[in-house]
Design a protein around this ligand. Sequence first.
Ligand SMILES: NC(=O)C1=CN([C@@H]2O[C@H](COP(=O)(O)OP(=O)(O)OC[C@H]3O[C@@H](n4cnc5c(N)ncnc54)[C@H](O)[C@@H]3O)[C@@H](O)[C@H]2O)C=CC1
Ligand SMILES: O=C(OP(=O)(O)O)[C@H](O)COP(=O)(O)O
Length: 356
Amino acid sequence: MIRVGVNGYGTIGKRVADAVEAQPDMEIIGVAKTQPNFEAHTAVKRGYPMYAAIPERAPLFAEAGIEVAGEVDELVAEADIIVDCTPSGIGEQNRELYETHHTPAIFQGGESADVADVSFNARSNFDAARDADYVRVVSCNTTGLSRVIAPLEEEYGVEKVRATLVRRGGDPGQNSRGPINDILPNPIKVPSHHGPDVKTIFPDLEIDTLGLKVPATLMHVHALNVTLGDDVTGAHVRQLLEDEDRIYVIPEGLGIDGAGKLKDLALDAGRPRGDLWENCVWGESIGVNGRDLYLFQAIHQESDVIPENVDAIRAMFDLEDKETSMQRTDRQLGVGISGDPSGFSEQARAEFADDD
Ligand SMILES: NC(=O)C1=CN([C@@H]2O[C@H](COP(=O)(O)OP(=O)(O)OC[C@H]3O[C@@H](n4cnc5c(N)ncnc54)[C@H](O)[C@@H]3O)[C@@H](O)[C@H]2O)C=CC1
Ligand SMILES: O=C(OP(=O)(O)O)[C@H](O)COP(=O)(O)O
């Protein structure tokens, strides 16, 4: 049983904690937080021991009625691995703490690539993280791009990727973010940082990306053009993507015409926090002209990286091969929307219970 600590219990951290706890081969031994806000109370309700990320603030937790199990360095000392889910730039500062205690760590995509030995996407380079001490799970957008590029590259070869990323302005709780009423080229300079980030996973890939930010909190939407190595048909590409567990090809006829209805689908299905761990590719958008493939996909920024963090732990401890780890993660979480979108989580869990 791998003993996991989560440092930084916000949007990503709380989801990672629940996903780890749902696995049979790992457990949460504590989470570190800076303040006793509503998420701290949720952590307590879920039974996660609470550690003070900033020692001087420990008394605030006691005042809020939250028992503190210790300070963050105690959590780091006790854990087999820390998943660092602190805001961009803080993870880099924390690396010294992890090194001091010889505790391996996973960082998130807001950190620069050189924070870790390996940038990770389970589908694309699982084995690169084997036995690594420091791994960075790439950002939500890079994860979304990598999951599509990997099967295309394997099946047809990829000559060039061009992607326009329409990014949500902030997460639902980030009321200080924007824009509120604007459409921002962001970054204005082309290419955006996403292309180079994808190249941390596919070093030889030709890719240009453009980014925008819009007044939405739901999801990112990508418009993708991939020049493939072979002439293909749309139907062939569609089948290839449908065969990927972490890609949901949205069927025609469901009336899902945007990110809002995708989120409704997840909520109707009873998914925790309305999460959509899969890339959501509109089936109707998959179009081919010679070797040029086009498609639209929506990426749920708050949750697509969550299964990747679980797989990164298994890779770093050399617990499973890629396929076994990804399948186990997916089944425990309920990843994989299939025929009946209204009941997929329960169905996936039941299948797993049958298997084990
Ligand atoms: N929210 C998103 O859409 C995605 C975020 N990421 C990356 O994940 C990382 C975390 O992002 P979020 O969860 O969105 O941030 P967040 O702001 O929701 O959560 C970060 C948490 O860390 C806490 N924190 C701040 N300083 C700390 C410290 N010194 N020690 C311990 N905890 C501290 C904050 O109070 C907060 O609870 C970033 O690198 C981000 O770029 C990656 C994919 C998607
Ligand atoms: O890494 C992300 O996006 P990005 O790859 O577009 O920079 C995550 O969605 C977090 O982005 P944020 O820095 O806008 O919170």
